[in-house]
Design a protein around this ligand. Structure first.
Ligand SMILES: [Zn+2]
Ligand SMILES: [Zn+2]
Length: 128
């Protein structure tokens, strides 16, 4: 696979434990990562939530945004920009067809923050 951002050939990294091993594609140049559907949820056992079950809303791309196309789908649909509707700490690119995710460098950390926020929110009384 070639990097969606910079065109470099991506490395395959093995993640997860013996029970659920996943192979993710990581760019050695820009650290961008492609995750197929369900790989995002499996990537980190510490996620409080199933990241792919979060409600996402569409974000209008700005003219600064490069158009990314899906590396998996034969008709290469353009990735949609989405953000979580409750804690919009991160904007992600996702394929409307195969539901894979593209993460730029640092976006994984933001997803962890999101998971932590949702965990904290779950511990607080609803009428804060
Ligand atoms: Zn790259
Ligand atoms: Zn796709």
């Amino acid at each position: 696979m070639q990097c969606l951002r910079c065109g470099a050939v991506m490395d395959i990294q093995i993640k997860g434990d013996a029970g659920e091993v996943i192979e993710i594609d990581v760019c050695p140049e820009c650290s961008g990562t492609w995750l197929d559907a369900r790989e995002l949820a499996k990537l980190d056992d510490n996620f409080f939530v199933d990241v792919e079950e979060i409600d996402f809303e569409n974000v209008q791309p700005t003219t600064m945004d490069a158009e990314l196309t899906c590396p998996r789908c034969w008709d290469t649909p353009v990735l949609r920009k989405v953000r979580p509707s409750v804690h919009p700490v991160v904007v992600l690119d996702t394929c409307p067809t195969c539901h894979g995710f593209w993460l730029d460098r640092g976006e994984m950390d933001k997803i962890r923050q999101l998971s932590d926020k949702l965990l904290i929110a779950s511990l607080l009384p609803l009428d804060e």
